[in-house]
Ligand binder design. Sequence first.
Ligand code: SAJ
Length: 419
Amino acid sequence: MSRICVLGLGYIGLPTACLLATHGHQVLGVDLRADLVENVNESRTAFREPGLGDLIAQARSLEKLVADTEPEPSDIFVIAVPTPIDKDVQTADLGYLRQAVTSVSKYLREGNLVVLESTVPPGTCQRLVIPILEASSLQCDRDFYLAYCPERAIPGNTIHEMIHDNRVIGADSNESAVKARELYSSFVSGSLSTTNLCTAETIKLMENAYRDVNIALVNEFARIAEENRIDVWEAIEIANKHPRVRMLKPGPGVGGHCLAIDPWFLTESSGVGRIIPMAREINYFMAKHTLKLVISLVADIKNPIISVLGAAYKGDVDDVRESPTLRFIKLAENEGFKIRVFDPLVVKFEYELMSFEDTLRGSDCLVLMTDHSCFRQIEPRTVSSLLRNRNLVDTRNLLNHKEWREAGFRIKVIGNGLF
Ligand code: SAJ
C-alpha cells in the first residue's frame, strides 16, 4: 500500500484516483478547482462515465480517497492535468503541467516516484518536468524516480480500459521503471511495456495521430464516393472483409480532447509533418462538407431553420470539447441559417440546448451530428408533424433511411452518393 497524490481530478485523474483507492492505496486527489474537490468529497462526479459513480462511492466508503486543493507529502505523485492546445500557434499549452510539477516539487522527498500521465510533446519530461523537480535539490533517477505512463483509455469505456488494456511505462532508469510497473500492476491486468521517457511520450501521440489519419482517409473516400455516386459505407463494409484492411467510419469531423489536438504535439517542433497536418485539415473540413449537404437540401427555402441532433463530439458521451457540431453551427450561422440544438446527454454547451420537440418544431432540415444510440429510436412519422419541411442530413449513417424516405424525407448521407 502506498500513499499517493493524484493531481488533476478530470476525465483521467478521477478514475485513476478511484482505481488506486479501490486497489489498496491511500489516495489524495488534488485539483485547483474547489468544485471538483468538493465533488469527490461528496462522492459525486461532474461528468458522465459508465461505472465511475459506483467506483467513487466504493473508494469513499473504504475511506481510501479524499480530495483537496493542495498536495501533501506522499510516496507517489501521479500527474493527470490537462495539456490543451494554444490554437493561435498550434502548440501545447503546458501551463497546468508546469503548475502541477512545481507544486509536486515542494513536497518531493527522497525515494518518491513521480508519474506523468498527461499527453505532452516528445521531450517534455526531460525539458520541463525534470528541471522543475530537480530544483528541489534532489536528483532524478538517483534521489527520486520518474516515469511517463500515458493514459490511453477511451471516453465511454474508461474504467474497463484502464483496468484491462495494455500500458506503456516510459522511464530513463531501471529503478524508475520497476517502481512504475509496481504501481500499475496493482490495478492493471493488461501487459506493461517498458521503454524510455521520450519514446513513451511519442507513442501516445503516434496512436492518436494514427487514428486521426485513418479517419481522414475514410473521410476522403466518403467524398470520392459521393462524386462517384456509390455508397462508401457499403464499400467499407466489404473492403473490411479483406484480411489486412480495417477502415474506420467517415463522419462530420473529428472532435474530442485527444485526436483533434494531439497530432499537433507531434509536429509542433518537427520539420517533417506532412500527412499529420493534412489529416487534421481533411477532418476539419468535414463540418463544412456537412453544411454543403444541408445547403443542397434547403437551397430553395427562405430563412431555413436547421435542427441539429447532437452536440457531443461522439456518441453516448456528454463531452463537447472540440465537437464538430460547434464548427458546423458557426458555419451554418454565417450562412444565415437559424439553428436549434438538441442533445439528451450534454448539460453545458456554447449554444442553447432545447427540448427535442422545440428543436424540431417548424424546422426545415434535421442534421444528425452525433451517433448517440438513442437517436436510432427517432420515429420519422412521428416527428414529421412537427416539421415545416422534411429534410435530413445523416452524417453518421445511423438512421434507417428506408423508413425515413417512406415518411417523405429527402435525405443526404455523408459518403453516400446514391441519395
Ligand atoms: N471518429 C470518426 N470515425 C471513427 C472513429 C471516430 O469520425 O471511425 C470520430 C469520433 O466521432 C470523434 C473522434 O473521431 O469525434 C474521436 O473519437 P474516438 O472514439 O476515436 O477517440 P477519443 O478521442 O474518444 O479517444 C482517443 C482514443 N485513442 C485511440 O483510440 C488511439 C483513446 O484510446 C485515448 O485514450 C484518447 O483518445 C486520449 O485520451 O488520448
